[in-house]
Design a protein around this ligand. Structure first.
Ligand code: KPL
Length: 300
């Protein structure tokens, strides 16, 4: 079935998704409110898609692939047209932004459903602007069950367009991915190294191991079940993505704001709310940001 999908944030992930969904009716939501060309190189062949600018046509899905911290500002820009959107699907790293978006939707009296997605697909932007697909992975999507004002009960037969796989408990998968990102992303940013070096370097590995243990303990104390041993799983991800620069390191190298507020920062907030100490995460935040996280200041 063809569905109508708007894409907000046509970076590496947004472009990859546009190509996945090219049989659907796609629209671009760009800052300039113009059509967009999305170039993707996959296994050596280059394909270009032209997406018309969204003029407010009704959308089954609005995919948001901006950085987590930019989500609300980006949505605010499109506020006058959001009544035409049935579902918002946030495909981003980190956690915490979903609650902010839901609160904002409720304040605005908007009843579109909120969905989250996580992806293990790999893509990066080459200097010439072409997005290069770096690795095939899985995209999981699910409804976020946190709407406060939603009057009608959600239609549980809805599934996100393939290749997204719709799951009931997206929060569980988000937390699992968060554990991975909370180790690899800040450490690679601190040491300015590729993911695989965390396992090999005699100074980085003890830090990596200790952080996996701290995050595993936190999850246990918060009652967040993990379907894996953190050290084993996070080591496997670092190995599988050994030559990658993490998204946080890429942000730092490019001078862009990173998403650590929604990764390490989110864990520090959760820990502080439950009066749990998280010394390594707090220290990492301080080392990477040059100042303590507000949640650790509140705790002292
Ligand atoms: O998701 C990632 C990221 O860089 O944000 C990992 C899994 C760490 C791969 O680089």
């Amino acid at each position: 079935m063809t569905v109508s999908i708007g894409i907000l944030g046509l970076g590496a992930v947004g472009t990859l998704m546009a190509h996945h969904w090219q049989q659907h009716c796609l629209y671009a939501l760009t800052r300039q409110q113009q059509e967009a060309s999305c170039r993707l190189e996959d296994e050596g062949s280059l394909a270009t898609l032209h997406l018309p600018a969204w003029q407010g046509e009704s959308l089954d899905w609005l995919l948001v692939c901006t950085k987590a911290a930019a989500t609300l500002d980006a949505l605010q820009l499109w506020r006058p047209r959001l009544a035409a959107v049935k579902r918002l699907l946030l495909l981003q790293n980190g956690m915490g932004q979903h609650q902010q978006v839901q609160q904002w939707l409720d304040q605005q009296g908007l009843s579109c459903e909120l969905w989250a997605a996580i992806s293990t697909e790999g893509a990066w932007r080459r200097d010439d602007g072409v997005i290069v697909r770096a690795g095939k992975g899985e995209i999981l999507a699910g409804r976020i069950p946190i709407s406060i004002n939603s009057e009608k009960s959600p239609d549980t037969t809805v599934t996100a367009p393939a290749p997204c796989k719709t799951v009931d408990n997206i929060q569980q998968y988000q937390r699992e991915k968060l554990a991975v990102n909370a180790v690899i992303n800040p450490l690679t940013a601190l040491y300015r190294c590729r993911n695989g070096e965390l396992l090999e370097h005699p100074d980085y590995y003890p830090h990596f191991k200790a952080l996996c243990a701290e995050i595993g303990d936190l999850y246990q104390q918060l009652g967040w079940p993990l379907a894996f041993d953190p050290l084993t799983r996070i080591s496997a991800v670092a190995k599988a993505t050994a030559t990658n620069r993490s998204s946080t390191l890429q942000d730092h190298l490019a001078g862009r704001p990173d998403e650590l507020a929604y990764i390490t920062g989110y864990l520090l907030e959760q820990a502080a709310a439950a009066t749990i100490e998280l010394p390594l995460c707090a220290q990492l935040w301080q080392q990477v940001r040059g100042e303590p996280h507000p949640a650790t200041l509140r705790a002292t």
